[in-house]
Design a protein around this ligand. Structure first.
Ligand code: ZN
Length: 144
């Protein structure tokens, strides 16, 4: 993607969220994971909510996900995305409690189905404070 990258309000990078927002540079969707009970933690927290361990590390997941719910937006609430666009909640296959609010791309709106398989794709945003790769989701095999 190049000049047609839509406007986004970019996240402020911190030591806790940098792995998530910059994993896309390597094509990786990255979360914090408890090294004791193997729970993926998102959004980032300093302590595992399952076992209260502080033994956490970042790990890449497969990028495979399923569509949990979505809405179709026909209103330009902010400059940027081409209309209509899809705001969705997806669950990663490794742990359905990890949900992301994201956009689904590369599929006609009529073809969207709850439960359909999706795979992460990244939208690169150069930024002087640190480039960001926004994870979006598309049908498996989609290339932008
Ligand atoms: Zn844990």
């Amino acid at each position: 993607m190049s000049t047609d990258v839509p406007f986004r309000i970019l996240p402020q990078l911190t030591d806790n969220n940098r792995a998530f927002w910059q994993g896309g540079e390597r094509g990786e969707l990255v979360f914090w994971r408890c090294q004791d009970c193997k729970f993926y933690i998102h959004p980032p927290q300093p302590i595992c909510p399952m076992c209260h361990s502080k033994n956490l590390a970042t790990e890449a997941v497969s990028g495979d996900a399923t569509l949990t719910t979505y809405s179709v937006n026909y209103q330009p609430w902010m400059p940027g995305p081409e209309l209509p666009y899809v705001v969705a909640i997806i669950e990663i296959v490794e742990q359905p409690s990890v949900r992301l609010t994201t956009n689904v791309v590369g599929v006609p709106i009529e073809a969207l189905e709850i439960g359909m398989p999706l795979h992460v794709v990244f939208e690169h945003h150069p930024d002087p404070d640190g480039d960001v790769w926004i994870p979006l989701f598309a049908p498996p095999g989609y290339t932008s």
